[in-house]
Design a protein around this ligand. Structure first.
Ligand code: XBP
Ligand code: MG
Length: 258
């Protein structure tokens, strides 16, 4: 008889960019600029401009938005969608190389919490807008070759028609987990991601990142600096951690059973 899970959470759904790793400013942005250079484009997304472009989720969607808003009519091609897809594939190649170089570490508490969840037989999943190859490369380069297999579901990129803030990616994960939203909890870094997880009915822990710290996190179960470690506890930005100083299963259960 399978041991009844006395925890009230059965799964934790992790966002990737800004949550597992702080990838936007010094990862994706650098990869986009390297792709522009490789194609002989004079474009350069500086930190400030990229922060503005981040309101569009999805790299291909972000490129399209930039073309339309900042450099309309600059690209003369009879198939813009293919051109964007090709540019984005070059960008992904540069981003994957950055990940493999080990220059992008996991955020505080991520490896510890994943280990705790696995030991407690609580399911773990990924719900991200980023490209699937980025996820597997990130997991392998930070948690080891076997780590993608630890996740019960990995949902990424174009697998759903509508990216965050639409709930599609979270609904896709819930369906494959075969779990109701109330038995799950999500970990996100952005207002856009929070809108997606809340629209799917999932309580959500926010760990802010450098681009999202000033965003609106109304509706989050708690807003933190990061997941925390016993050696480096988190800072609480909003909400009650019931005396906990890092995110563990006990705190997740309390947050999800309020
Ligand atoms: C963040 C995103 C992604 C990345 C870029 O995803 O919106 O688009 O910025 O990755 P999340 P791609 O926070 O949901 O992990 O270029 O592969 O889209
Ligand atoms: Mg994110």
């Amino acid at each position: 008889m399978e041991k009844v899970n006395e925890n009230n959470i059965s799964a934790v759904l992790f966002d990737v960019d800004g949550t597992l790793v702080d990838t936007e400013r010094d990862g994706h942005r650098i990869a986009f600029n390297a792709a522009f250079t490789e194609l002989g484009l004079t474009w350069h997304w500086n930190v400030e401009l990229y922060g503005e472009l981040l309101k569009i989720t999805g790299g291909k969607e972000r490129i399209r938005y930039y073309l339309e808003k900042y450099v309309p009519d600059e690209i003369k091609t009879n198939n813009l969608e293919n051109w964007i897809t090709d540019l984005h594939m070059i960008k992904t190649r540069h981003f994957v190389a950055l990940l493999k170089s080990g220059q992008i570490p996991l955020r505080p508490g991520v490896a510890r919490l994943i280990k705790e969840l696995r030991n407690a037989k609580i399911k773990i999943a990924i719900a991200t807008t980023t490209t699937p190859e980025n996820v597997t490369t990130l997991l392998k380069s930070t948690l080891g070759e076997e780590s993608p297999a630890w996740f019960d579901v990995i949902a990424a990129g174009d697998i759903v028609p509508q990216k965050k803030p639409a709930p599609d990616i979270y609904l896709w994960v819930l369906e494959r987990l075969g779990l109701p939203p109330k038995q799950c909890i999500a970990v996100e870094d952005s207002e856009c991601g929070l809108k997606a997880s809340l629209a799917a009915g999932i309580n959500t822990v926010i760990t802010v990142s450098n681009y999202t710290v000033l965003q609106n996190f109304n509706g989050a179960a708690i807003t933190l600096s990061d997941l925390g470690e016993s050696s480096k506890p988190f800072t609480i930005l909003t909400g009650d951690a019931y005396g906990s100083r890092w995110v563990d299963i006990q705190l997740l259960n309390k947050l999800n059973s309020r």
